[in-house]
Design a protein around this ligand. Structure first.
Ligand code: SF4
Ligand code: SF4
Length: 301
């Protein structure tokens, strides 16, 4: 029995996803995904977990034995307004933790699928296992990989979370990648205050992000007591949106999150928060990814 691709997409949209596409689950050609070169150049900084399970990152059938289809889904997060005040937080962290929300929605989709296809086996992924989510979103026709190396969707821009369901049945119709929409634009390269988007001849988009120079990496992943002085944080205390704010697709992207005055106030109050208040306020937010000591360090930077 083949999966009805149209039915799956309709269900995904009804659950609340902003996009859904299907790709054949098969090993990724090394020439089509530049992870190994990124690692070999040391551009992952000290994110050593990226060196693990490289074989799985290139082959979803190692994650789900017998996998036939990758169902890729998107959830937009562009906020209705930018956070006010002197200190900035990456827009993806304005709302509730996307891991929890996206995973819950993927389980809903999986439940709908198993109800219709009793023999189906599947597993949801949201940043929790070694799967190359941007590659699969491109294969599923949900966008192209921009020069900032993020997925760019024509409607949501790069302001979207990506998740997958890897399932054991083949589908009746698969999607095909969209054409590149960046063209000659290089605004993200010029918009990066740290020149962290570097040329990379082996990358399919011609660029890679060097985490060693990237403010997003340093404010979130870097656990050191102090940050390299040469890295410009541009007033960000969590993440960095500089290369996304300049992207023309993001300027016209659909708003998918309403930043209420109450939430604005709550985010601003973090500037004065002690450890207890910080932990309480960030409990269900992506901000919980950093410790209070990192928060203070970033504010000082
Ligand atoms: S997140 Fe910031 S520092 Fe990193 S590549 Fe984009 S603009 Fe540069
Ligand atoms: S800023 Fe330009 S080059 Fe960069 S991702 Fe957006 S469209 Fe592509």
């Amino acid at each position: 029995m083949l999966l009805d691709a149209q039915w799956i997409k309709q269900n995904a949209l009804a659950i609340g996803f902003d996009g859904c596409g299907l790709a054949v689950a098969a090993p990724i050609q090394r020439s089509q995904w530049d992870l190994q070169e990124w690692l070999a150049e040391g551009r992952h900084a000290d994110m050593h977990y990226m060196e693990e399970h490289v074989d799985k990152r290139y082959d979803p059938t190692l994650l789900v034995p017998g996998a036939r289809t990758v169902i890729s889904v998107l959830l937009g997060y562009k906020p209705s307004a930018l956070m006010e005040g002197a200190v900035k937080i990456a827009q993806y962290a304005y709302g509730e933790d996307y891991h929890e929300r996206l995973k819950g929605m993927l389980y809903q989709l999986l439940a709908a699928l198993t109800e219709r296809y009793h023999q189906l086996e599947g597993r949801p992924f949201v940043d929790t296992a070694p799967i190359s989510d941007k590659y699969w979103a491109v294969q599923a026709g949900l966008g192209w990989r921009g020069k900032n190396t993020l997925l760019v969707n024509p409607t949501l821009g790069s302001y979207c979370f990506i998740g997958e369901l890897v399932v054991s049945l083949a589908a009746d119709i698969y999607d095909t990648p969209l054409p590149d929409g960046c063209g000659t634009c290089e605004r993200c390269l010029r918009g990066c205050p740290n020149h962290a988007i570097v040329a990379s001849p082996l990358s399919t988009v011609g660029t890679q992000v060097d985490a060693r120079r990237c403010a997003s990496y340093h404010t979130i992943e870097n656990r050191a007591e102090s940050l390299p002085q040469e890295v410009k944080l541009s007033d960000y205390a969590f993440g960095c949106d500089c290369c996304q704010l300049v992207c023309p697709y993001n300027r016209h992207a659909q708003v998918r999150y309403r930043l209420t005055p109450e939430r604005q106030e709550q985010l601003q109050s973090l500037l004065e928060a002690d450890e207890k208040a910080f932990n309480r306020a960030t409990k269900h937010s992506a901000l919980s990814r950093i410790k209070y000591s990192q928060w203070l360090r970033n504010l000082g930077g």
